[in-house]
Design a protein around this ligand. Sequence first.
Ligand SMILES: Cc1cc2nc3c(=O)[nH]c(=O)nc-3n(C[C@H](O)[C@H](O)[C@H](O)COP(=O)(O)OP(=O)(O)OC[C@H]3O[C@@H](n4cnc5c(N)ncnc54)[C@H](O)[C@@H]3O)c2cc1C
Length: 313
Amino acid sequence: METLHCDVAIIGGGPAGCSAAIYTARADLDTVIIDKDPHAGALGMAHIIANYPGMGNDITGMELLESMRRHAGSFGARFMKQKVNGIDVRNPEKTVFTTSGTMFKAKALILATGSMGKSRELPGEKELLGAGVSYCATCDAAFYRQKVVAVAGRTREAVEEALVLSRFASKVYLFCPTASLTAPPEDIHMLQEQKNIEVFYSRRLDAINGGKFVESVTLGAPEEVVAVDGVFLYLTGSAPVLDFTGGQLDVCQSGCLQVDKDFMTSVPGVFAAGDILCKEVKQAVIVASEGCRAALQVDKFLRGRDRARSDYQ
Ligand SMILES: Cc1cc2nc3c(=O)[nH]c(=O)nc-3n(C[C@H](O)[C@H](O)[C@H](O)COP(=O)(O)OP(=O)(O)OC[C@H]3O[C@@H](n4cnc5c(N)ncnc54)[C@H](O)[C@@H]3O)c2cc1C
């Protein structure tokens, strides 16, 4: 298993994470941004952004994000396409675990995974997790050789994971809760080319059923039970994405991560910025400013400064 060391590991490469990386990398801190898929975040999904200063009124969310990523990269921040599934923040050196098995060790963390998290758990999901319920086809697809699986979701991530599963499973049902998928046309084309994938639009998953292992899923409106051996969930909502923190950090009553005025969580050395925090208005310019403020505090924390300092050259 590979272990990578850095000064700052930023989990989430949306506008909050990219803005933070610009400041930490420019402050000469070895910075790694771990992001599962730029298209999985709110900015990557936004069609047109007309109100980000200096960017005009017809830039797409993805174009703005790519420009932010290039900017962070130009100062030396390294992007890693990995899905984080755990952290250990008990020691001064923080550990980040990913589904690929790569581990990151960092002196400080900035959490910036946004708020596209699933807001409700499906009946049967928790009970059958690891017994047919999975959130990662790349990790678990091989267990479903010649089996029938369901994928629930509408995003590019859901489409990509369905394609991974189609290489192993005999049949993949993709249940899209909306009338269309939010994936690029080329990905949807690949999906349509796969003979063993069947896509159902406007079909919501209501429950996952089984005893020891998953046996079927229940779809809603109209209700229907479909026999499957596994279920892969990529459902999005508007809950802060905190599943990988394993309850190690304090959260507010409304379920967002709790931070102090310096954007530090309840664990020293672990900072957070962006939509993962409670806010009245979710906007790219607001989270970019939070990323900057969190990064300046990381620099202060790691260098033992008595006040945060920006770098004008
Ligand atoms: C449809 C839509 C339209 C919008 N329009 C506008 C607008 O016009 N103007 C505006 O200012 N704002 C707009 N917003 C809001 C804006 O996009 C968000 O406020 C902003 O993107 C939040 O930034 P963030 O960095 O906190 O999170 P996100 O942009 O959501 O980025 C989070 C990142 O974390 C990554 N991630 C999540 N979980 C993991 C994990 N386990 N491991 C690794 N990586 C992970 C994701 O891949 C993603 O790249 C819009 C949002 C949406 C959804």
